[in-house]
Design a protein around this ligand. Structure first.
Ligand SMILES: Nc1ncnc2c1ncn2[C@@H]1O[C@H](COP(=O)(O)OP(=O)(O)OP(=O)(O)O)[C@@H](O)[C@H]1O
Length: 333
């Protein structure tokens, strides 16, 4: 559905300076109907990546195919048609303040030349879907942040796009509202079969709604995979920082020993395995960090430990036999 093949984007430089490479030979694929997250620190190139998908920026290298179109080869009419198939929502909503909720949602339909009667029906349908029927005559300034984002979503969906791009869509919202907007995005993905690409600097957002995730570091894709894989076994420094592990192990004076991360999922979450392994193998442990969370609806637990004394290899084998995933974190030191 979306394929980045060694895509680069270098912004033109101010006179005399060299251009700024915001994206460097990035390759990734987003399948139809999936929710794909892109995380990275500020300046990593997330906005550039998402803006390439709807043709707001053009690649300076590589090939980008969106819904069958080579984006760089599209003429103006082709780009316009692409943008009707790719909706977008924004961190600060980008609503027209002088227009009502209803007029904001109707706007892209007017641009697309729809008949007034059809626009009215479609707008009413969209407002009902996002739960804003009774707010239709209000102006954006009279709405809460969550309501504004619902208007943004209704507007983005107006022309029936196949792809929805979310640019930090929940970053300006409080946690409860974030939860509601993410639930709406998930529902739309399921109901409409929408392909969703969302960029965020919050791993929590990725954990709640995404199927797969790519990690951007200084314009490069340094990690890509199913959310569960990247979340539970982060390989890059950036991914580790995002899941909070880097702080866990770097902010404390590390004891001697073998540093491991244990991941408990499913049945293993409920077994009293730590004490049993310590007793059986004579291995002692210091707990350096831990968390219990859900990935979508599945609970999991992670513990970062320093193992000392006894038979450490036997302890690791024993953990694995009990269904606990063990990662050695030597390189995290
Ligand atoms: N139009 C532009 N002209 C020149 N440089 C740009 C332009 N847009 C972005 N950049 C630069 O490209 C790099 C990547 O920017 P981008 O906005 O894609 O990153 P980001 O990961 O979305 O960051 P943030 O989370 O802060 O929005 C940054 O160094 C930025 O300054």
């Amino acid at each position: 559905m979306i394929r980045f093949d060694s895509v680069s984007k270098t912004y033109p430089a101010a006179r005399g300076a060299t251009g700024h490479a915001a994206l460097r030979e990035a390759s990734l694929e987003v399948a139809q109907g999936e929710v794909f997250g892109v995380i990275g620190a500020s300046g990593a190139g997330k906005s550039t990546l998402i803006r390439l998908i709807n043709g707001l920026e053009t690649p300076t290298g590589g090939k980008l195919v969106v819904d069958g179109d080579d984006v760089a080869a599209l003429d103006v009419a082709g780009l316009r048609a692409l943008r009707r198939r790719v909706g977008m929502i924004f961190q600060h909503f980008n609503l027209l303040s002088s227009k009502t909720v209803e007029q904001n949602v109707a706007f892209p339909l007017k641009l697309a030349g729809w008949e007034p009667a059809r626009i009215k029906t479609r707008t009413a349908e969209l407002l009902a879907r996002v739960g804003l029927t009774d707010q239709a005559a209000k102006y954006p300034a009279q709405l809460s942040g969550g309501q504004k984002q619902r208007v943004g979503i209704a507007r983005a969906l107006a022309t029936g796009p196949k792809i929805l791009l979310c640019d930090e869509a929940t970053s300006a919202l409080d946690p409860e509202t974030t939860e509601q907007i993410l639930a709406l995005i998930s529902d739309l993905n399921r109901e409409l079969g929408l392909t969703i690409v969302l960029i965020t600097h919050e791993m929590d957002v990725v954990r709640r709604v995404c199927d797969r995730v790519a990690v951007l570091e200084a314009g490069r894709v340094v990690e890509e995979g199913p959310v569960e894989e990247v979340f539970l076994h982060p390989a890059s420094g950036t991914a580790r920082r995002f899941v909070g592990e880097a702080e866990e192990v770097s902010e404390i004076a590390l004891p001697a020993g073998v540093l491991v991360r244990l991941t408990f999922k499913g049945e293993a979450t409920y077994k009293p395995v730590l004490g049993a392994v310590a007793r059986e193998t004579g291995v002692d442990y210091s707990i350096l960090g831990g968390r219990i969370h859900k990935l979508r609806d599945a609970p999991y637990g992670q513990l970062t430990l320093a193992l000392t004394g006894g038979d450490i290899e036997a302890a690791i084998t024993r953990f694995e036999a009990a269904g606990v995933w063990v990662d050695r974190l030597e390189d995290a030191r």
